[in-house]
Design a protein around this ligand. Structure first.
Ligand SMILES: [Zn+2]
Ligand SMILES: [Zn+2]
Length: 74
């Protein structure tokens, strides 16, 4: 009975894949597990943190009324 299954598999909080925890990285915000594949893609934060920070990065842009071109009257 050889059980070679490694016990360090963790679910990546970004892509949802189960990857080896020893090869992953912690989220820079909350420290949760991010797999090495995502970090290769440049993902440094988990999905939840990305979503949260995305809202902060893009504050509700004030819908400024850009005046249209003044069409000359006929
Ligand atoms: Zn991942
Ligand atoms: Zn996070």
């Amino acid at each position: 009975m050889t059980e070679l299954r490694e016990r360090d598999a963790m679910m990546c909080r970004t892509c949802g894949n189960e990857e080896r925890a020893s090869e992953g990285y912690p989220c820079t915000e909350c420290g949760t597990f991010i797999c090495v594949i995502c970090s290769f893609r440049g993902v440094m934060r988990c999905r939840a943190c990305n979503a949260r920070l995305a809202e902060q990065d893009f504050p509700n842009t004030p819908s400024r009324e850009i005046p249209l071109i003044d069409w000359p009257e006929h």
